[in-house]
Design a binder for this molecule. Structure first.
Ligand code: HPA
Ligand code: MG
Length: 223
């Protein structure tokens, strides 16, 4: 069962039809990580010793991220047919997910009898792209979807045949959603996560697992 504000209609300012749509979409397509999921103990996994004491728990181990990414790659391949792919990687937080997803798509493409030409571009979003109120941007995570919606407007100007968005994480934020990715790895609680290229003041990008930062970690890397 899903809990929390995410699925209560008052948190979603859409027509009834759309509320239903999102409800079904999330329950069928997302790997849902519950608000009370305590995570895995750090003692169960390897992680860089320079981060000992800086983390509370592992919420998504690296291997699970990789397995989920492999499945997303298959879903993407199934949907794309024979179209060329132009990948737009949103830096910095999205680089690891993008790199691994592209690798999986390449592997699937190699092993099938239709190989798909792929070009890869990179973009870094600055807050002036997003209309006020300006918020910190995180490329790896979709929160309200406003950043994603703004970027999509820019991409549409190039008139591509098809636009699909893949996001590794969608956070259950209190606000209504402006946009939801077509492919989502995990839906996670509204907590600050680090690792797998997601940073706290540029630290923790070198951590493979997605983890919850500890209070002392926050103090240590505060700017
Ligand atoms: N982690 C890293 N960067 C972020 C997050 C997060 O949970 N939310 C917004 N930017
Ligand atoms: Mg950041």
């Amino acid at each position: 069962m899903h809990h929390g504000p995410w699925n209560t209609p008052k948190a979603v300012n859409y027509s009834n039809v759309k509320i239903e749509f999102y409800y079904v979409h999330f329950s069928l397509c997302f790997h849902f990580i519950n608000d009370d999921w305590p995570g895995y103990s750090l003692d169960l996994f390897n992680y860089p010793t320079h981060y000992s004491g800086d983390l509370d728990c592992v919420i998504i181990p690296h291997g699970v991220i990789m397995d989920r990414t492999e499945r997303l790659a298959r879903n993407i391949m199934d949907d794309l047919g024979d179209h060329d792919i132009v990948v737009l990687c949103v830096l910095k937080g999205g680089y690891q997910f993008c790199a691994d997803l592209v690798e999986r798509i390449k592997a699937l493409s190699r092993n099938s009898n239709h190989t798909i030409p792929m070009r890869v571009h990179f973009i870094r979003l600055r807050s002036y792209l997003v209309s006020p109120p300006s918020r910190p941007l995180s490329a790896g995570i979709v929160g309200t979807g406003k950043t994603m919606e703004t970027l999509l407007q820019h991409v549409k100007a190039f008139k591509p045949k098809m636009i699909k968005v893949a996001g590794l994480l969608v956070k259950r934020v209190q606000h209504s959603l402006a946009s939801v990715p077509d492919y989502v790895g995990f839906e996670i609680p509204n907590r600050f996560v680090v690792g797998y290229a997601l940073d706290y003041n540029e630290y923790f990008r070198d951590l493979n697992h997605i983890c919850i930062i500890s209070e002392s970690g926050k103090k240590k890397y505060k700017v």
